[in-house]
Design a protein around this ligand. Structure first.
Ligand code: CU
Length: 694
């Protein structure tokens, strides 16, 4: 029982990953901890090991562990993460501390898509408004840390084979001595479109009405590729002495033929280059990092009937670029562990759209927008008897500018109709938090925290322009940044040595929340008749919720894990008929029994998600029924070198839908009946993982 107590009490959910010894650690840091000193306790209570999964994408993996995390289903991969009801730029997703943004205006390539599981060392999730080290962490921050090279010579080769011709393969090698270490890896991930629980290909659900008739996949693409992704990555670690560290990394990703049944186009390619440089002097707590990343994205309706005999009828080409630097320094002032920092980033985003096979050139769909941000932050942690007190403060200055001259063709109508009058905007704002944790004893604790966070409107929300005769879509340059005032309360409790409970509740009061606004065409928009215009508005809203996770150890080998989360969102201002906020996932629960003796591993889990009837009918959201599915998995580790795992997701082959299974306006496909085209989740999915370390 002693082993159990010092073990990952609450939440060791070994979802499978490639290698028994080489799992991905997922850490949830709800409360700011005193650095270093409390590291050990933190890991005990908040770490999840991801051991065996289909490894399809981060959204699915995280949503399988934490009930308060959900994902938006648009394709077989590349799912967007939703944390406690917050999505898109309302949460910050970082790779090695660097900001990265997808290029696609329809979020085909969210930040979390630009890193794959064999590259990942650990994932840190901080829910709530408690991050001042990064600009724009409105409601949560997720930092994906990639693997560092190690000393010695070694490597790993592995792969997954599964239903619907899903296959991944990867190899990575490592060589290094005390002074310099190098890691290089490569992978491929491929799949055909999956089948739902009723045995239909996901591509067959795509039947939507278009002005020309019906839009669907051409017969030859119904069972062709769903995605084919190549990745390479490399990292060099130089340590001239124990105190100094220089890390340089580069990664490339080429995703081809990614089908997005929930959208009207598919990605022909999505190419990413990521560079990171990190320098640190440990004795004086100095860190300097710089990064650059770029994504080039080409999407078309080539695989759909809407393209007819043309190579495509509509196409968008988009590019996103990020440049960033950050300098931080740890100082102990009057026994308070303090960190000061300054950071800068430049985010550039542009997109051009063409329609009618190239006849209508809607250039400047995202008009070459630059967002430049400078931020200063300070944070500190101090222990006073049983209390751990922490606080952070940040100040940001942001300059956002669009290039009016990038807008041409029919898109100029938005300028002539005076819907877009303003092409530059500056915002400056403070943010910060206060947290108090009361340590009842070594393990039991309670905390309360308050945070005020801000995020600037993204380039789409302020400046997108997309001419269309039926759904013109344009940004609102006068949008104000969204402000979140949030209170979080929670704790960790161990009533018995073998029972752990972690619970959190939060209430988020949102001012100037950025929300879609739709209205019929008229004097205030382009188009006539049945045209619906889509833009953005600031509204006041609130989101609240709770989650609870528990762990019970029957003995050292068998344990029970349970989790439940609920969140609700309401509008408080703006012109609305329906006060429910869109895209808020319903109640989700998870219960699992696990066996783990170090060699054999087995897990049976049940996931239930309730019906969602709190939908925003103003944005034409629809109710989604509840579902219950079961997953099983088992693995065996041989001699610490070979790992073999097998799993079956959705064991009973249920047909079910994630509530976030269709795109809210303006880009969704509407079926002939007028309902949105919803994308079902995969049916029974059988897979096997093998990995070997050398
Ligand atoms: Cu796209």
């Amino acid at each position: 029982m002693k082993k159990l107590a010092s073990f990952t009490i609450l939440t060791t959910i070994a979802v499978n990953f490639a290698n028994a010894q080489d799992v991905i650690r997922v850490e949830k840091l709800t409360v700011e901890e005193k650095q270093k000193k409390e590291e050990v306790t933190k890991k005990e209570t908040t770490q999840e090991d991801v051991k065996i999964t289909r490894q399809i994408d981060l959204g699915e993996i995280l949503s399988g562990i934490y009930p308060e995390i959900n994902f938006m289903r648009k394709a077989s991969t590349a799912n967007d993460i939703n944390i406690r009801g917050f999505m898109r730029d309302n949460i910050n997703v970082l790779i090695d501390g660097s900001k990265i943004y997808g290029a696609c205006p329809n979020r085909m390539d969210p930040a979390s898509f630009h890193v794959s599981s064999p590259q990942i060392e650990s994932i840190q999730i901080k829910e709530g408004p408690f991050d001042v080290e990064n600009a724009g962490s409105l409601a949560a921050v997720v930092n994906v840390k990639t693997k560092d090279p190690k000393e010695g010579v070694g490597g790993e080769i592995g792969g997954t084979y599964g239903s619907f011709d899903y296959r991944t393969g990867y190899i990575q090698g490592n060589v290094g001595n005390k002074f310099v270490k190098v890691l290089v890896g490569a992978s491929n991930q491929y799949s055909k479109p999956y089948e739902s629980g009723e045995g239909k290909k996901v591509t067959e659900y795509v039947v939507y009405s278009t002005p020309m008739g019906l839009g669907r996949y051409k017969p030859q693409y119904i069972n062709d590729k769903a995605f084919n992704i190549d990745r390479i990555w490399s990292k060099v670690l130089i340590t001239p002495n124990n105190n100094t560290e220089l890390k340089l990394s580069y990664a490339f990703e080429n995703a081809r033929n990614v089908l997005y049944p929930a959208l009207k186009m598919d990605a022909l390619y999505d190419r990413t280059n990521r560079f990171n440089a990190d320098f640190s002097l440990k004795d004086i707590g100095l860190k300097l990092s710089a990064y650059y990343n770029e994504v080039k994205h080409d999407m078309r309706d080539t695989f759909r009937t809407t393209s007819g005999n043309l190579p495509y009828s509509m196409k968008t080409y988009a590019e996103s670029k990020m440049y960033g630097v950050k300098l931080s320094k740890d100082i102990n002032i009057a026994s308070v562990d303090t960190t000061f920092g300054v950071d800068y980033y430049l985010r550039n985003w542009k997109a051009d759209n063409v329609q009618m096979g190239g006849m209508n050139k809607n250039f400047g769909m995202i008009p070459d927008v630059d967002i430049k941000n400078v931020g200063f932050f300070v944070k500190g942690v101090k222990d006073i008897q049983r209390w751990t007190l922490s606080a952070g403060l940040r100040f940001d200055y942001t300059d956002s500018e669009a290039d009016k001259n990038a807008i041409s063709g029919k898109n100029e109508d938005f300028i002539t109709n005076r819907l877009l009058t303003n092409f530059s905007k500056t915002d400056s704002y403070p943010s910060g938090y206060l947290l108090a944790k009361y340590n009842i004893d070594k393990k039991n604790n309670l905390y309360i925290g308050f945070g005020h966070t801000v995020r600037v409107p993204d380039p789409i929300e302020r400046w997108i322009v997309l001419y269309s005769s039926s759904f013109p879509w344009y940004g609102n340059p006068n949008l104000k940044p969204t402000k979140n005032n949030e209170v979080d309360l929670g704790g960790e409790f161990y009533p018995f040595n073998n029972l752990g409970i972690r619970a959190n509740i939060f209430y988020s009061d949102l001012t100037d929340f950025i929300y879609l606004r739709q209205y019929p065409a008229g004097a205030n928009c382009i188009g006539t008749g049945n045209t619906t215009c889509t833009t953005y508005q600031n509204i006041d809203a609130h989101i609240y919720g709770a989650d609870l996770n528990l762990f019970y150890g029957f003995n050292e080998k068998i344990s029970l894990e349970g989790g439940v989360a609920y969140q609700r969102g309401k509008k408080d201002s703006g012109q609305y008929k329906d006060s429910d906020l869109a895209e808020i996932p319903p109640l989700k629960t998870r219960l699992a029994v696990r066996y783990d003796d170090g060699k054999f591993y087995g897990l049976v889990e049940g996931i239930y998600q309730a019906k969602q009837s709190n939908v925003d009918t103003d944005l034409k959201e629809f109710e989604t029924p509840s579902y219950f599915i079961m997953n099983v998995k088992a693995g065996y580790t041989y001699g610490n070198k070979l790992f073999v795992g097998v799993g079956v997701d959705n064991l009973f082959d249920r047909l079910y839908y994630n509530y976030l299974s269709y795109v809210r306006d303006p880009f969704r496909g509407i079926s002939v009946s007028g309902n949105p085209v919803k994308i079902p989740e995969p049916g029974r999915f059988i897979y096997a993982n093998v990995s070997y370390r050398f």
